[in-house]
Design a protein around this ligand. Structure first.
Ligand SMILES: [Zn+2]
Length: 191
């Protein structure tokens, strides 16, 4: 079983993951939550509201096979495993496919759209695995306060949107600023 929880920044994706996995604490089911080590913001899986669960950091999706013995696996911030091509993305998801085939229930959360409003390769490849459930989350648009923000605008330190020439994986260390925006306020590349 594969569940995807997708949406822009600040849309409560991690909160959904924590909500589900914290219930498993009261069962005898085995579970693990993993995060990319590129996510330097938190030690644990943590929401902006302060809830948290212990998580394990991995450098690459190939490390996921270590967790083949658990019943439930949570993978947060999957966009941090973005690849340059869709082909690479499909290949990097093979360990996830093997776990699914063994019966592990996998919950993946992350951004679905990049700074240009395009779907991440890694997310497209996840859709190709035929998810059983996809939850699309929205955030509040910083510009107009509408509650249907689906995009994450990346801004430079002067607050100007960057729409070109960024690497596939962006650091979360303060180099760039991020704003959830709706489709009316999101600034796209000009072509
Ligand atoms: Zn807006």
């Amino acid at each position: 079983m594969l569940t995807l929880i997708l949406g822009p920044m600040c849309s409560g994706k991690s909160l959904d993951l924590i909500h589900f996995f914290s219930k498993l604490n009261y069962t005898d089911r085995s579970f693990k939550i993993i995060q990319p080590s590129a996510n330097i913001r938190d030690e644990n899986l943590q929401t902006r509201q302060g809830a948290s669960l212990p998580s394990i950091k991995i450098n690459s999706l190939s490390e996921i096979e270590k967790f083949a013995m658990v019943e439930y696996l949570g993978l947060d911030e999957v966009h941090m495993f973005e690849t340059t091509t869709i082909r690479e993305a499909r290949r990097s998801l093979k360990p996830i496919l093997r776990l699914l085939n063994r019966g592990v229930k996998i919950f993946v959360s992350g951004l679905d759209l990049n700074y240009q409003g395009k779907m991440f390769n890694i997310v497209q490849a996840l859709f190709e695995l035929g998810p059983n459930e996809v939850k699309m989350k929205n955030s509040v648009c910083v510009k107009c306060q509408n509650m249907d923000a689906a995009y994450s605008q990346v801004l430079n330190q002067k607050g100007k949107p960057i729409t070109r020439n960024l690497p596939p994986i962006l650091p979360d260390d303060g180099t760039y600023l991020y704003e959830p925006r709706c489709r009316r306020c999101f600034v796209r590349p000009s072509d």
